[in-house]
Design a protein around this ligand. Structure first.
Ligand code: 2AM
Length: 186
């Protein structure tokens, strides 16, 4: 099973974001797969293939590592895409916040990594810089982001009050992310 740790978006915020993405992408929608509102999230760490042993140990290690952590007060702000070149495979909404809130987000990422190490899950040697984002649409072949997308100025407040371990299910039909474990952040 492939899994990842993420902060899911609350339903109302997810609906607003999807509606804005839909409006901005308009005529390009046929070339894209939009993420459904109930699948929207900020990935903290992608584990990939996860053994049964790790899955059994991880919840307790996450509880330990997350003790004292709180819900960061963030904003969904601005839009962008990956990779950096002109043809994008992923279009996303950015995540911003006051420095101390972004530090708290960074501590959540560190806590996830500590829990993974304690559970025996391999961590990559060199990690790419963490660019917090919420993926809204994907293109298999890559596309030039339309102007309406590049100029899209989201600005929604988001208190990230839940962390989940989710299954990354790559089925032929609709993508689903069943939750394997969840914890509220105060
Ligand atoms: P994202 O965070 O940019 O949206 C489940 O597949 C989630 O894990 C997706 O949201 C995805 O990207 C993120 N992810 C990070 N690295 C991944 C990888 N190598 N393969 C698949 N998904 C990955």
């Amino acid at each position: 099973m492939r899994t990842f740790l993420a902060l899911p978006l609350p339903p109302e915020l997810a609906r607003k974001l999807c509606a804005a993405a839909h409006a901005a992408l308009g005529p390009r929608l046929e070339e894209l797969r939009l993420v459904r509102p109930d699948n929207l999230h900020l990935t903290l760490h992608f584990l990939g293939v996860t053994s049964a042993e790790v899955l059994a140990r991880l919840p307790a290690e996450l509880e330990l590592a997350l003790a004292g952590r709180r819900a960061p007060q963030l904003a969904i702000r601005g839009s962008g895409g990956f990779p950096a070149g002109s043809r994008k495979h992923v279009l996303w909404a950015g995540v911003a916040g006051e420095p101390r809130e972004l530090e708290e987000l960074g501590r959540l990422v560190s806590a996830c990594r500590a829990a993974l190490a304690a559970s025996g899950h391999p961590l990559p040697d060199s990690s790419e810089p963490f660019v917090p984002h919420v993926t809204l649409a994907r293109s298999r072949d890559g596309l030039a982001a339309p102007r309406a997308w590049r100029e899209l100025e989201f600005d929604f407040a988001w208190r990230a009050a839940r962390i989940d371990l989710l299954e990354s299910e790559a089925g032929a039909g609709r993508t689903r992310h069943p939750s394997l474990w969840t914890r509220a952040l105060d």
